[in-house]
Every structure is written in structure tokens, then in C-alpha cells.
Design a protein around this ligand. Structure first.
Ligand SMILES: Nc1ncnc2c1ncn2[C@@H]1O[C@H](COP(=O)(O)OP(=O)(O)OP(=O)(O)O)[C@@H](O)[C@H]1O
Length: 233
């Protein structure tokens, strides 16, 4: 049984420094993301939004403090299992050679997914939710537009049914139709969580209108300081 009062992801006194300059990239941060929450983070370019998200994703180490998953500290050996639950998606997806389907197979070759199998029907349903036909899976990855490549990257992640999405400006520089397709995919993933609303997301965006479409709780990042304006909820 999971305890709904325990946050899914939490940062405890997390600090990030620029090792070369000794300057502060992320000031001491305490933060919790509860099940059923949809957050946005907005803030100026270079303010530390990616630094924070990558720290939560355990892609970059904390200089002070630590991150917990469901109230537990994450040992080094537990990082692959954490990444299975908490997925980070960047602005520009890395696609491999071959077709979209070849790309979708890739995660299943990793040790962390040894117990999972690629399901073409499930992948086609996700592509359909993003307004793409089943033939999308057969397209060469090299021929995808920026929007299609990002949709393929989302299908690659969402087929694995993560609990938390950390979205680092995933629709920046995409055409409006692709933006809406990706927002619809994420909304469908969120609603697919069980009745306890077990899923949660953080969406970094430069677009205040998008932040209001995709999130109910709104945070800001300014010069490495994460804040939650009182009237922003
Ligand atoms: N690993 C690192 N080492 C040193 N400096 C870094 C590192 N990662 C990021 N920075 C610096 O930290 C600052 C914040 O970067 P970050 O990418 O988090 O900004 P951001 O708010 O996401 O900006 P944008 O909206 O433009 O993506 C920048 O000055 C960046 O150059």
C-alpha cells in the first residue's frame, strides 16, 4: 500500500553549484511533488529551471541535500528503478537510426526493463492519442519533423507508464498542432493513473498560457531561487 500523504518526489535542502566558478546555480531548495499534482515552472532563461529538473531526475548530482522517492532516499543502485518511475523529457529528443518502432523498442533492451515487453498495439494507441495513424510507427526516424520526433519521444516514454513526468520545455520551438498533440498525450497519461491520481508532472514552460493549460500549481524560478507565489495556485 502506498501512503498518499507521502510525496512522490521531494527535494530536501538541495543545492547545486557551478564547480568551475563556485557560483550558486540552485539555492537551497525544499520541495515536494504529491500524487495527483500538475505543476508548472516558469522563469527567465538561465534562471535554473533545467538545473532543478535534472537534479530531481537524478541526472546531475546534488552538491548538498538529497532527493527522495516516496519518502525514501535513493541509493546509487536504486537509480535505474527511480528513472523507471520518474521520466525526464528534454526539449530536443535524441532519436536513434531506424524507424519510430525501432526507437520504441530501445528502452526494452535496457536492464531496468528486462521484465517488460514492447506492445505495438499500446504504442499505436499512444500515437493515435497524438493524432497519428499506426503507420507512424513505420516511419524512418530520420524523416520525422521536429514535432513528430517529439511525439515519438513521448510515446517511447509513456509506453513505459512512468508515475512522474519531468518535462523540460518539451514543446518549445514546435508548431501549434504538435504542441496540442503533446499536451493531449500528457493529459491522457495523467488521467490514466488509477483513481488515487497516482501520477504527477512538472512542466517547465516559457509560455504562461501553456503553464495554465497543463498545470494547476505554478512555481517560478528566478536566479536559482524556486518560489511558489501565494496567488499562483
Ligand atoms: N552543469 C552545469 N555546470 C555549470 N553551469 C551550469 C550547469 N548546468 C547549467 N549551468 C548554468 O546554470 C544556469 C541555469 O541554466 P538552466 O539551463 O537551468 O536555465 P533555464 O532556466 O532552464 O534556462 P532556459 O529557459 O534558457 O532553458 C545557466 O547559466 C547555465 O549556463
Amino acid at each position: 500500500m502506498t501512503n498518499p500523504s507521502v510525496p512522490l518526489v521531494a527535494a530536501h535542502g538541495v543545492v547545486r553549484l557551478d564547480a568551475a566558478r563556485g557560483s550558486m546555480l540552485l539555492h537551497r531548495t525544499d520541495f515536494t511533488l504529491g500524487a495527483g499534482e500538475r505543476l508548472s515552472i516558469t522563469g527567465p532563461s538561465g534562471s535554473g529551471k533545467s538545473v532543478f529538473l535534472r537534479t530531481l531526475a537524478l541526472l546531475d548530482p546534488c552538491d548538498e541535500g538529497f532527493v527522495t522517492w516516496r519518502g525514501e532516499r535513493i541509493a546509487r543502485a536504486g537509480i535505474p528503478a527511480y528513472r523507471r518511475r520518474v521520466a525526464y523529457i528534454a526539449q530536443r529528443p535524441a532519436m536513434l537510426d531506424g524507424t519510430v518502432e525501432d526507437n520504441l523498442h530501445y528502452p526494452y533492451t535496457l536492464k531496468a526493463y528486462h521484465d517488460a515487453r514492447f506492445d505495438r498495439d499500446a504504442a499505436a494507441r499512444l500515437a493515435h492519442a497524438a493524432g497519428r495513424g499506426a503507420d507512424f510507427l513505420d516511419k524512418p526516424a530520420s524523416e520525422l519533423s521536429g514535432g513528430e520526433a517529439q511525439i515519438a519521444a513521448f510515446v517511447r516514454v509513456l509506453q513505459l507508464a512512468p508515475d512522474v513526468l519531468l518535462l523540460d520545455e518539451p514543446t518549445a520551438s514546435l508548431d501549434p498542432a504538435s504542441v496540442r498533440a503533446i499536451e493531449a498525450l500528457v493529459a491522457a497519461w495523467f488521467d490514466d493513473g488509477d483513481e488515487n491520481r497516482s501520477r504527477a508532472s512538472i512542466w517547465v514552460s516559457h509560455d504562461p498560457e501553456q503553464a495554465h493549460r497543463v498545470a494547476a500549481r505554478h512555481l517560478t524560478m528566478t536566479a536559482g531561487v524556486l518560489a511558489e507565489p501565494k496567488d499562483a495556485r
